[in-house]
Design a binder for this molecule. Sequence first.
Ligand code: ATP
Length: 599
Amino acid sequence: MNEIMLKQAIKSITILYKYAPYLIILKFLQILLLALATPLTLYITQHLIDSLQGYINNGVPLNQLIQWGAALVATLLFTANSTFMDSMITLRLRSQLNQDFMEEIVEKFNRMEYSCYEDSKVQDHLNKMGNHPDEKILEVLIQTLTMISQLVSLVSLMAIFLQVSGWFTVAFLVIFTLMVVLNFKAMEMMNGLFTSQSRDERELSYLGGLLSDKRSLLELKVFGAVGYIQSKWKQKSEKVLKERLMTTIKSHRYFAASSFLLLMWIGLVIFELIHGVMERRVSVGLFVSLIGASGSILGIADDLSLLFSRLSHRCMEIMHYEKFMQLPERYNTALSEHSAALDSTAHPFIEFRDVCFTYPGTAEQVLKKVSFTINQNEHIALVGGNGAGKSTIVKLLVKLYVPDCGEIWIHGVPLNQISQENLRNSMGIIFQDYGKYSLTLRENIAFGNIDKIGNDNDLRDALTKAAPDGFLSDLETALGKISENGIDLSGGQWQKIAMARAYLADCPFMIMDEPTAALDPVAESELYATFRDMMGEKGCLFISHRLASARFSDRILVLQDGAITEDGTHEHLISQKGMYANLWSKQSSWYRDSDDYEG
Ligand SMILES: Nc1ncnc2c1ncn2[C@@H]1O[C@H](COP(=O)(O)OP(=O)(O)OP(=O)(O)O)[C@@H](O)[C@H]1O
């Protein structure tokens, strides 16, 4: 454990040195000087007292007394100002890390294939690494340097003791070694507890999140389930705290034993010093200085044991950062982007050939030999029951996942040879769980085509097409609840903004995964009308459970049991009397029955 801690501490300093070499050197020097300040103050105090005594007895010149006094003032001034210097250096380090170190982490996130996040090991590293590994790594640096500074102080304080007897130092070293062993034992106990409780901690933070998140809280309140979650949280929290208390008490036995040893040593020192003063072997100045040094040693030994345990805990968290940085960025090595050029005249536009797919970490195959083709300017509806695999087809199309077998082709080029950029230019997408960004309206729309963020005309045009009712017009309106003046939108209004993003993207082919689920029927039919106008000769694939909207598409694909079971126009599929005809009959009878009811 101590070996790992040492390695991690050195690694953290090396990582930080890469980002801010001068600040690290400055911090090291500052901490070293501060470490020497305590023994130096005691040493000067000793000489000041002895000079004062000498001056009173007329043996020492006033000059010498003034010199020691000035030295003491200078050392105290440095100590008083070092806190300010320390916080300035730490602040600079923090801002440097925030920029460069976090940028590297964001880039790593960007490079990682989406499917990597499905792996529970990845999830675990992400959870343990936390949102701010930069803060943790900085803490490791500060704690390591503080430990070095404490050890330097300790050695210098021991040097003061050498003036009286070498045995004090030898006895202290023996006792200190025993203390380190005892403290490590206590610390290992605490670390074992933290590791075993990490799952409970995750559950606690999830349950706590449910009780503070606006959306979940609303539903839980309506169903009267807040009390249930609260008691579940309380039970878990009590269990975690009880375990922590028990282990803290057990580990404290080791701390108590080490404190006892130290107190024994200090008792011995005081006894010997009083004896020395009485026999005139030890001057009054040296006596005061050594008593001060004993107090400082007591404080340092306490601080060191606390630092050891904190540092070892932080070092384990840094290990998760390291493991995260080493994670594979692709799970499928066959996926290589050759940026093959797309010939838009080649047909078909999209082709699935016997595509199979299983989500990472699961056993059940979601898609079983799915085959279909879509031409560039076709309007295609993809329908199927809940969980049939419709969204999965879209995720494979935009390369969020890689099929287990079979092939996907775009304009006659295998999908794995098409770069993300080429793919982005050839098709736009609105996901079922589209983003609701707590940013301005301008930014929310511009994510469809970030190059147009300053183009007010295009942004307004996209918004008007998606939301003809003009529910929002000021592009600088803050959305969501993060900003003080932010406005919260309804599900349908957020959906319109997601549509505006798609309009702005202006791609030759659009994929929409249930784009109208949150819209009222009038808004839905308006949106389809505008969408048809906008797409014109362009193609689209849309997923919808409302067959009334699928009816007007050129072709309907029916996904059932992981395969395409029906493919044709609305009229053709109705005549086939298959699953689509069955669904259509059920949905239209629902509308008919509603009409009867109203009538
Ligand atoms: N990330 C995931 N990990 C594991 N299984 C998943 C994941 N996402 C979806 N699935 C499973 O894959 C199956 C297909 O899901 P998919 O979202 O593609 O269905 P869908 O046809 O779009 O459903 P719906 O109409 O309800 O949106 C479901 O059984 C679902 O539980």
